[in-house]
Write a new protein. Structure first.
Length: 469
C-alpha cells in the first residue's frame, strides 16, 4: 500500500495542499503503507526554487515524513520519453501535425455551438511518421472512442465518464516535453502507487489517466478526490485566510500539532472529538470518512487548538521554536532569564508562540519609554514613597523567589494601607514599561533582581522628575 503527495512548485504550498498531504500521509500510516513525496516541477517557467523549499521545509516542520523521494519530475524526462515511444509503437498514440490555427478553429466552432471543445481526431488515422512530420508535431493519446471509465472514488462515490466525451489528449508537446497527465501516469505506475489522494480539481483528469494506465497495462490505483478548503466566508481561500505559504503559520507562532489537528478536522470527523494526537489521527483516520462537500476554515478554532497544545506542551520542546522567533525579531536571548522559565509562565497566557515572544521581549530588552497611558495612570507622586520603601525591601531579598517577592510587596502595601494592586500595578509599569505582564511576582522573578531594581530605580526617578516639572 503506497500513497503519494505530488505538489507542483508553481505557487507556495498552502494549507489546502498540506491537508491533502496530511490525508495521504495518514492513510499510508493507518494502513502501514508507504508515503512518497514527488515534486511535479515540469512547468519550468512557473516553478520556483522558493516553492520547492516551502514544500520541503513545510513538510519537515509538520513532521510529515516521506518513505521515498523527494522525486523530481524534471529528472525523469528520459523515462517519460521512453514511455511515450512505447505508446507510439504500440499504436496507442500518434503524431499530430495539425496547425495551431486549425486546432483553435475547431475549438472556437465548438464553443460557439455551445459544445465542449475537443480535438476532432484528424491525424488519428494518418500514421504520420517522424519524417513526414517536418519535426513539427505533438503526440496525442488515442482515447478509446466508446465505453466508459468508472471511477469508484473513495470520497466522491461512483463517477462515470463516457470515453466518447474525451478527446485525444496531447501527451508530448511540440518541443518533446511530456504533459501533466502523462507524467503523473508514468510516475504513479513506476512508483507503484496504490492509492491516489488529491484535490477534486483533478477528478476530470482521472478517466484520461486511467485510459493511459490501461494502455500501458498498469495497475489502476484507488482514487480519492477531496474537496477544496474555502475561506471563512465560504468563498475561495484568499492569501490572507491561509492560501499563503504554510510556513507563515510557523512564523506566526503556531505549533505543528495544532495545525495538523486543525486540518484533519476540515472535512473529517469522528464523533464530536476535537482534539486528536498524531497517534490518534493515524489509528482513527480513514479516507472513506472524508466529507464530500467543501469545508470552510475557521481561524478562531485554530487559535483555540494552538492554545490548547501550547498549554500542554513540554517546555523544553518550545525552546527552539521560541528562540527562532526571537531571532527573527533580532533579539538575543542568551542572557537570563532562561527561555524555559519564561515559557513555563507564558504558555498559560498566550495563544501563539509569536504572542509569547512579543510579550516576553520585556525580559530581554530594555525600553526607552513607558506606555503613555499606563505611566500617566500609575506612575504618580502618590506611589513615590511606597515604591521607594519597596525598593529597599526588594533589595534586601536574599533568595529571589516568587514567595519572597510577593511577601515584600504585600508587606509594603499593608504598611502604607493601600491595596496590593495599587502598589503592584505601578511596580509593573515601572519594570515593564506597560500595564500588561505575567503576575507581578513572576514578572520580577523572571526579570531577575538586578534588572528589576535597576528598572524600579528609573521608575522612581521618572515620578520624581514628573512631580518637580
Ligand atoms: N501536481 C498536481 C497539483 O499540484 C497534483 C497531481 C496529482 O496529485 O495527481 O495539483
Amino acid at each position: 500500500m503506497k500513497t503519494r503527495f505530488a505538489p507542483s512548485p508553481t505557487g507556495l504550498l498552502h494549507i489546502g495542499g498540506i491537508r491533502t498531504a496530511l490525508f495521504s500521509w495518514l492513510y499510508a500510516k493507518h494502513n502501514k503503507g508507504e508515503f512518497v513525496l514527488r515534486i511535479e516541477d515540469t512547468d519550468r517557467e512557473r516553478s520556483t526554487d522558493e516553492a520547492v523549499r516551502v514544500i520541503l521545509d513545510g513538510m519537515a516542520w509538520l513532521g510529515l515524513d516521506h518513505d521515498e523521494g523527494p522525486f523530481y519530475q524534471t529528472q525523469r524526462f528520459d523515462r517519460y520519453k521512453e514511455v511515450i515511444n512505447q505508446l507510439l509503437e504500440a499504436g496507442h498514440a500518434y503524431r499530430c501535425t495539425c496547425s495551431k490555427e486549425r486546432v483553435d478553429k475547431i475549438r472556437d466552432e465548438a464553443m460557439s455551438q455551445g459544445k465542449k471543445p475537443r480535438y476532432d481526431g484528424h491525424c488519428r488515422a494518418l500514421n504520420v511518421s517522424e519524417d513526414d512530420s517536418n519535426n513539427n508535431f505533438v503526440i496525442r493519446f488515442k482515447t478509446p472512442t466508446d465505453g466508459q471509465i468508472i471511477v469508484d472514488d473513495a470520497v466522491q462515490g461512483k463517477v462515470i465518464f463516457e470515453n466518447s466525451e474525451l478527446d485525444d489528449l496531447i501527451i508530448a508537446r511540440s518541443d518533446g516535453t511530456p504533459t501533466y497527465n502523462l507524467t503523473v501516469v508514468v510516475d504513479d505506475m513506476d512508483m507503484e502507487i496504490t492509492d491516489v489522494i488529491r484535490g477534486d480539481d483533478h477528478l476530470n483528469n482521472t478517466p484520461r489517466q486511467i485510459n493511459i494506465l490501461k494502455a500501458l497495462g498498469a495497475q489502476i490505483p484507488n482514487y480519492a478526490h477531496i474537496p477544496m478548503i474555502l475561506g471563512p466566508d465560504g468563498k475561495k481561500l484568499s492569501k490572507r485566510d491561509g492560501a499563503a505559504s504554510v510556513l507563515q503559520y510557523r512564523d506566526d507562532g503556531y505549533l505543528p500539532e495544532a495545525l495538523l489537528n486543525y486540518l484533519v478536522r476540515l472535512g473529517w470527523s469522528k464523533d464530536d472529538q476535537e482534539i486528536f494526537s498524531i497517534d490518534e489521527m493515524i489509528s482513527e483516520f480513514d479516507i472513506k470518512d472524508v466529507n464530500k462537500s467543501a469545508s470552510s476554515i475557521n481561524p478562531d478554532k485554530l487559535l483555540w487548538l494552538n492554545q490548547h497544545y501550547l498549554k500542554n506542551s513540554d517546555n523544553a520542546l518550545l525552546v527552539k521554536p521560541l528562540a527562532d522567533l526571537f531571532k527573527a525579531m533580532e533579539l538575543t536571548t542568551d542572557a537570563r532569564p532562561d527561555l524555559e522559565d519564561v515559557i513555563d509562565v507564558q504558555k498559560h497566557r498566550t495563544e501563539t508562540l509569536k504572542d509569547m515572544a512579543e510579550q516576553s521581549m520585556l525580559f530581554y530588552q530594555d525600553f526607552d519609554e513607558y506606555a503613555e497611558k499606563a505611566a500617566k495612570k500609575h506612575l504618580r507622586p502618590v506611589v513615590l514613597e511606597p515604591l521607594k520603601v519597596l525598593y529597599e525591601s526588594l533589595e534586601n531579598i536574599q533568595d529571589w523567589t516568587n514567595e519572597n517577592i510577593k511577601a515584600a510587596i504585600e508587606e509594603i502595601a499593608e504598611k502604607f494601607e493601600i491595596k496590593m494592586g495599587k502598589l503592584a500595578q505601578p511596580l509593573r509599569v515601572a519594570v515593564t514599561g506597560t500595564g500588561i505582564s505575567p503576575s507581578i511576582d513572576d514578572t520580577l522573578r523572571l526579570l531577575g533582581q538586578d534588572k528589576s531594581l535597576l528598572r524600579l530605580r528609573k521608575g522612581i526617578a521618572f515620578i520624581e522628575n514628573r512631580s518637580t516639572s
